[in-house]
Design a protein around this ligand. Sequence first.
Ligand code: HPA
Ligand code: ZN
Length: 345
Amino acid sequence: MDHMADFIATMPKAELHLHIEGTVAAAKVLELAERNGIDIPFSSEAELLAAQDYGQPALANFLKYHYMCTDVLRTGRDVYEITRDFLDRCVIENVRHVELSFDPQVHIKRGIAFDELIEALNKARRGSAVSTQLVMCMNRERSQDSALEMLDLAARHRADIVGVGLDSFEAGNPPVKFQEFYRRAREEGYRLTAHCDCDQENAVEHARQCIHVLGVERIDHGLHVLDDPQLIADVIERDITLTMCPTWRVSDPEPRRLPALRRMLDLGLRVCVNTDDPEEFASRYMVNTMTEVQRRGGFSAEEMTRFMRYAFEGAWLDDAQKAAFLTELDSHLARHLRTGKEPAA
Ligand code: HPA
Ligand code: ZN
């Protein structure tokens, strides 16, 4: 392993944009389909992996695949196992803190009650050395009433859920649709984020609504903030963190959104690098994603550390917890710079 790859692998890392439903490995999808007696349109790992190589429109095709895979999750045990496996992977990758999104509406519809879902997630979290927090994500194609019901169900688990988000089909489902949900969530003390996905219609307007109507502290993806100088200024003024996901599919030539990541850093935007749904993209987990972003995007060690600094700073941890992680991160960079140069080829 070269010096830079080793630096990334051993860097203390945080991930803020991660859907637990997107961490089910192809083999596990098949195992759970079998165990739960669910028909899925795939009979081998190879078929699942081939289906991850879809074309445009990327979000719709991605979501179709994503929901076919999440269909196999039917019990608290299933959710526990995938969360445990994901957190085991975080240990290997030196991911020290994860803010883990979950989609309660998807699970409730398939027979996993809200309480059972949280208990399964918590059991896996308790069994792990990784620092974790839960973000309850609403599917934006569903009604605001359904989202408000989720807030009611979450009330008993208020201490276990740090924040709320908004994901799934963005076309025709603008942030303002959830204005009342966000108002109530804020009032109840939840931290606020929402997806503004890439290449969506009205993308700039959606980002504007997230900032000015919903009052989010983070934007998940947030690529199109770059399309409007006023939004860039708003994001800087409000210290909003953009949780970009430079994921790629098998046939993509390189990580997507590299020029945007470069521009965001140059503008001083608080941008971090995340995997989104690591088992559903060729980019997979943090080490691989960050290593390829560094190589293909030509980012320096200091810049790779800056992405991670923004992740820890944008995490919904208290100041002391953040400071401890940031001290480790700074020492990691200092050690790398001291031990120096890449070995001569
Ligand atoms: N965007 C929208 N919905 C999602 C995503 C995403 O990145 N991942 C899982 N559900
Ligand atoms: Zn996402």
